[in-house]
Design a binder for this molecule. Structure first.
Ligand SMILES: Cc1ncc(C[n+]2csc(CCOP(=O)(O)OP(=O)(O)O)c2C)c(N)n1
Length: 580
């Protein structure tokens, strides 16, 4: 006789789920036992449910498919929250099984009692209690369809006693719909978009993660309109490569001429972006294209909103556009972009290649060099975001994943765990801050337990560097940011992970190469300079003053890696672009 838990596992199998991340425990045990009896689904023991949720988020992000995590009642549930917020805000399909205290005890302040239907409301599209066997398997399917259909988290709350009950209905073989259809823009909106694009003298395109799968279309549009193309951090991996119109990134970590190009164009087109920093947007003469109607006009007032997938919309509008002959705006922005990158390099007077402690930017540049062409990088919130934005070179095959919307620390290692489970043979590199690594340090044990060949590159500056920068920029003396040095290589070795500690710049290349070639898990503990801080390009005078007051030693600006070569190549191509 199958149980409610069996049915749940059956539906997961039908949805193509092959693993569930979590920690076992009381109310969750019937579910875990059903997984034990199912050949096609593995139970992945993590050390903290938070890491399980992050791992599921990363798996969903790299595969585009549903991923699942689970936590037992009370504290097991509350641990899940951080990773679920990350998944939900990132719009990736994750189902969380949150087991609950016995039904008869709900509302009595029972041991470990929380109210999961309330707890998870804000980080899910769907969060429902399974209080009777008769609700299954339907609720499992409804939850899955919410996660996939709406893009985000669904939570099924199930008391252990309900999971244990005999199933009342057959499970059936109804396979959940696991692929979303494209959103086609209404014809009227396409016509208006074409009219505005034709009427504007100069147009800049600003791209977010929604341009995934639309590289060709965006390039065709930029070519036809002679448009500079800027991007957000999340858009970078999808649009910066093979892009002769690239003018860099906007936002706090931005660089290049993106800010100028977005502000100086007659018309700004937001493509698949929900870029949250409205102060970086011109707030005028803007049109927006997005598959999610709720995002239209959320960050800026719009002259026109178009509801559609970016690729579908651009394919529809391209035949209606008249090519722009005057490319002077594009050329000016490409030159400005190159100059902006050169200026940063010029301002960056210190020799960083032979500095001790190691300059993190020097290490990041080498990491970019030695990493595989199809590597998956997971990036900790903190300065690693800056190094990734500036030094990792996208090529259409690499992936760069971070907690870019929720902005949680400690995401990189558990994200790497999920990415590596999804692609066991791909190189997966966790760019970890020492603060981030320390926060979920136990996950080294998860890596070791499952012999995941994850490579953990720790930028160990004995400091919460990003916050140190924030304090300096605010004119505050840094406080609570620095801590005693920790030898993470020794910790990793004790956990059974191959580890190298690197203190001298001349050892970086060999050390990283050795770690990347190591067949199993490996950690590289890079002892880096806590004062190597980067500044965003659009800091105000007051911020600079505060900055200067607080620390004269800090770096004004930052390196740009291979981007300068790319920008120079684009500028060299200007005469070719001008040819009829
Ligand atoms: C869970 C959580 N706590 C606090 C913060 C605030 N915060 C953002 S970055 C950061 C420091 C990160 O330090 P580390 O991982 O050592 O990286 P670094 O910036 O030094 O490279 C902190 C405390 C956060 N984003 N998330």
């Amino acid at each position: 006789m199958s149980t409610v838990a069996d049915q749940l596992v059956d539906v997961l199998r039908q949805a193509g789920v092959t693993r569930v991340y979590g920690v076992v425990g009381d109310s969750l045990n019937p579910f875990v036992d059903a997984i034990r009896r199912t050949e096609d689904i593995a139970w992945i023991h993590v050390r903290n449910e938070e890491a399980g949720a992050f791992a599921a988020a990363a798996e969903a992000q790299v595969t585009g498919r549903l991923a699942v995590c689970a936590g037992s009642c009370g504290p097991g549930n509350t641990h899940l929250i951080q990773g679920l917020y990350d998944a939900h805000r990132g719009g990736v399909p994750v189902l969380a099984i949150a087991s609950h205290i016995p039904t008869a005890q709900i509302g009595t302040s029972f041991f470990q009692e929380t109210h999961p239907e309330r707890l998870f409301v804000e980080c899910s599209h769907y969060c429902e209690l399974v209080s009777q066997a008769s609700q299954m398997p339907r609720l499992a399917r409804v939850a899955i369809q919410h996660a996939i259909g709406r893009g985000g988290v669904a939570v099924l709350v199930a008391p252990g006693d309900v999971l244990h009950r005999s199933a009342e209905h057959p499970s059936g073989e109804q396979v959940p719909v696991t692929e979303r259809g494209a959103v086609m823009p209404p014809d009227q909106q396409v016509r208006e978009l074409a009219d505005r694009l034709n009427a504007a003298r100069t147009v800049t395109l600003f791209c977010g993660a929604g341009v995934r799968s639309a590289h060709d279309e965006v390039m065709a549009l930029a070519g036809k309109l002679a448009s500079p193309v800027g991007h957000t951090l999340r858009g970078k991996e999808w649009i910066q490569y093979d892009n002769p119109y690239d003018v860099g990134m906007s936002g706090l970590l931005g660089y290049g001429a993106c800010y100028d190009a977005t502000h100086e164009a007659d018309l700004l087109v937001l493509l698949g972006t929900d870029f949250p920093y409205d102060a970086f947007l011109p707030q005028r003469r803007t049109v927006q294209v997005d598959h999610d109607l709720a995002r239209l006009g959320r960050r800026t007032s719009l002259d026109l909103a178009v509801h559609g997938d970016v690729a579908a919309t651009l394919r529809a509008v391209l035949p209606r556009l008249e090519p722009k002959r005057d490319r002077s705006f594009l050329d000016e922005m490409l030159r400005k972009h190159t100059r902006a990158l050169e200026d940063v390099v010029d301002a960056y007077t210190r020799q960083i290649d032979d500095r001790v402690p190691i300059h993190p930017e020097h290490a990041a540049r080498i990491l970019d060099d030695v990493a595989a062409d199809d590597a998956v990088f997971t990036v900790d919130t903190g300065m690693c975001n800056v190094w990734a934005a500036r030094y990792l070179t996208p090529n259409g095959r690499r992936r760069v994943i971070g907690s870019f919307l929720h902005g949680s620390m400690a995401n990189a290692l558990p994200h790497a765990i999920g990415a590596q489970f999804a692609y066991p043979r791909r190189q997966v590199i966790s760019m970890s801050g020492d603060g981030g690594l320390g926060m979920l340090l136990g996950e080294l044990l998860t890596v070791a337990l499952h012999r995941l060949p994850v490579k953990i590159v720790t930028f160990n500056n004995s400091s919460l560097g990003m916050v140190k920068l924030e304090m300096l920029v605010d004119g505050l003396p840094d406080f609570g940011t620095d801590h005693a040095s920790v030898d993470y290589a020794a910790i990793a070795r004790a956990a059974g992970i191959h580890a190298i500690r690197i203190e001298r710049p001349e050892d970086i290349r060999a050390g990283l190469t050795e770690a990347l070639e190591h067949p199993g898990p490996a950690l590289v503990d890079l002892v880096t300079d806590p004062n190597a801080l980067s500044l965003p390009p659009h800091v105000t005078a007051a911020q600079v003053k505060g900055f200067a007051l607080a620390a004269a030693k800090v770096v004004l600006g930052g390196g740009v890696g291979r981007m300068l070569e790319m920008a120079r190549a684009n500028v060299r191509n200007i005469p070719a672009a001008l040819a009829p």
